[in-house]
Design a protein around this ligand. Structure first.
Ligand code: TPP
Ligand code: MG
Length: 599
């Protein structure tokens, strides 16, 4: 074989990724990774390369791709700044339990550590973020490392990192060591099927049989297990309360769900937590477990794929380590149907009240408009089968209240909670599903962090609809500084950007809407646009994203912050004191007199 015909290290990595059915790679080139890009060029007919504007978005797009398909994608960056940019998205994968293959360049194999340009040892950089993390030493090492990277990512639902020194990327001559037995590896995949032992299932059924008012909390681990979950909820007459990452495990139109939980959740969810005597946790280790039943209040059973997470957030009596769908299906025949349906029925009434609150808030014709108007209208207009990506901000609360119908999918950067994930997640989703409608729901802070990707939407003509809540503010931080710490807001203002104009400048159809009466029409036009579109909706930053779901301590903090001189306290107090909201918030009613002093 002539020298130039021999596969390079990069060829071997790419061919092995393809053999694993990983055929999509997001990234951006650079002199320390261009050897790999030559191989991407040669494999362009089989490895779909998606050129983004910032490496962080390459990794986040790969996370979005994996969250909506269940399959990993690759992302690639040059050494130094490229790898460092990539890292945030790779951490997102790690923290939300998502498989991903990150590839980054390094300096020459014999200059590493000698202060050359961009000489950041990316294998060390990714050590904490990735479960599998190796530097490839040459072609003879490439397939072994790639196999292990993919296997680890799939087995542990975690990111893997492959570091490729620049000269190694193009190297095709190598001598295998005597321990490297030719042909010793294979692609045999062993899908994990994990089911708890029968004895533990029996114990779980006994605990649940002894409870009268059972609440279920479902998180990311319950995604894909919706049918089994609804069946168990029906048997137990138990409402399903969805942690942020579990939003699409059952649709919001399900008669069993009370919607979201925690600061961004509904009063219906909180009431179920407060009044339950039995607690079934399905694939959730939400950071907001202070909203859960108090330790000791309810007898607990927890299902989690990851045994080490059992008992981490709640003192459960029985832990079922297993796949949520399979475990629920195995548990169901052991459960007697709860004849007393009253706990579920009360939750259903409270859920209707939560939706009614949102609906009536959405009807307000004030300006700047309430974000609820956008949420409500978007829910009405979302096409069947839509994929929606959310973002960090008060926008998390508003996207959490979108009314998902059966077949829709939703996710956001949940545990890392990185701003700016909605658009790259949407890119990953749209690349995976060119025919499905994809909506990115984001804030002006997040949008300004990742604005460059609007050009990516135009470049690939991805028909994503980006909805930006433009409130000239890092609004969530106003409410967090006040409600979590009792401090007046500081450094939350954002100078206005003409997002519709920026979008147009990038080749994306731009819409701007200020009038609540025009929201539906504008969203309809954007969704119908044949190509990428952006809607900037001018919204009120002083709309409390978590008014009715505050805990008493948060309500007290708000009063303290107002006493300490919060500049917008008058408008904030007025917003919190709206009768419909007060009616659903015992915590706010507890400080009503004190809040009234500020209006
Ligand atoms: C990368 C990153 N930086 C900072 C934060 C802290 N943070 C969370 S939400 C938020 C404000 C987001 O502002 P915007 O996108 O305008 O949404 P809004 O809250 O106004 O709806 C900030 C600063 C974060 N989560 N991620
Ligand atoms: Mg904002």
């Amino acid at each position: 074989m002539a020298q130039q015909d021999k596969p390079t290290t990069s060829d071997l990595v790419i061919e092995r990724l393809l053999a694993w059915n990983i055929d999509t790679c997001f990234g951006l080139c650079g002199d320390q990774i261009n050897g790999f890009f030559e191989s991407l060029r040669k494999h362009a007919d089989r490895m779909r390369f998606v050129h983004v504007r910032h490496e962080e978005n390459a990794a986040l797009a790969a996370v979005g791709y994996a969250k909506f398909t269940g399959r990993p994608a690759a992302c690639v960056a040059t050494a130094g700044p490229g790898a460092i940019h990539l890292l945030n998205g790779v951490y997102d994968a790690r923290m939300d339990g998502v498989p991903l293959i990150a590839i980054s360049g390094m300096s020459y194999h014999d200059t590493i550590g000698s202060h050359l340009i961009q000489d950041v040892e990316s294998d060390k950089l990714f050590a904490n973020a990735c479960l599998f993390n190796e530097r490839v030493m040459g072609p003879a090492h490439a397939t072994t490392v790639t196999d292990l990277a993919v296997r680890s990512a799939l087995a542990h639902r975690a990111p893997s990192h492959i570091a490729l020194p620049i000269d190694v990327q193009s190297q095709s001559e190598d001598k295998a060591s005597p321990k490297n037995v030719p042909g010793h590896h294979s692609l045999a995949a062993q899908p994990m099927v994990s089911l708890p032992p029968e004895r533990e299932l029996q114990r779980a059924a006994e605990v649940l049989a002894g409870c009268e008012r059972i609440a279920i909390c479902a998180g990311a681990g319950a995604r894909g297990a919706g049918d089994a979950l609804e069946h168990v909820a029906d048997l137990l007459a138990a409402p399903i309360i969805k942690a942020g990452l579990g939003k699409d495990c059952v649709p919001d139109e399900s008669e069993y769900t009370t919607g979201g939980m925690g600061l961004i959740g509904t009063r219906a969810s909180q009431e179920a937590f407060e009044n339950c005597d039995g607690f079934l946790i399905v694939g959730s280790s939400t950071p907001y477990y202070e909203f859960w039943p108090k330790p000791g209040q309810a007898r607990g059973v927890q299902i989690d794929l990851e045994p080490s997470r059992i008992g981490m957030r709640y003192p459960v009596e029985v832990g079922l380590a297993g796949d949520a769908g399979l475990t629920l299906a195995a548990l169901a025949p052991l459960l007697a149907r709860h004849e007393d349906r009253s706990f579920l029925e009360r939750a259903q009434t409270a859920t209707r009240e939560s939706w009614e609150l949102l609906r009536s808030q959405a009807q307000d014709e004030v300006r700047p408009m309430r974000p609820q108007t956008v949420t409500w209208q978007l829910s009405e207009l979302l096409p069947d089968d839509a994929i929606i990506t959310g973002d960090a901000g008060s926008v998390t609360a508003w996207s959490n209240r979108l009314k998902l119908r059966r077949g829709m999918q939703y996710s956001f950067s949940g545990t890392l909670c990185s701003m700016g994930a909605a658009v790259p997640y949407a890119i990953g989703a749209q690349i995976a599903y060119p025919q499905r409608p994809v909506v990115a729901f984001t804030g002006d802070g997040s949008m300004s962090m990742g604005m460059g990707e609007l050009a990516t939407l135009a470049y690939y003509n991805l028909p994503i609809t980006v909805v930006v809540l433009h409130n000239n503010s890092l609004a969530l931080e106003i409410w967090e500084q006040n409600a979590l710490l009792g401090n007046p807001q500081f450094a939350c203002d954002l100078p206005s950007i003409g997002f519709a104009q920026v979008a147009e400048g990038c080749g994306v159809r731009g819409f701007r809407v200020e009038d609540p009466a025009e929201v539906a029409g504008t969203l309809r036009a954007a969704l119908a646009h044949d190509g990428p579109a952006l809607v900037e909706a001018i919204t009120d930053p002083l709309e409390a994203p978590f008014g009715e779901s505050l805990l008493p301590a948060h309500a007290k903090h708000l009063v303290t912050a107002f006493q300490n001189g919060e500049r917008d306290r008058e408008a904030m107090a007025a917003n919190l004191l709206q009768p419909e909201r007060l009616a659903q918030s015992p915590s706010l009613r507890g400080v009503q007199d004190q809040l009234e002093r500020f209006t």
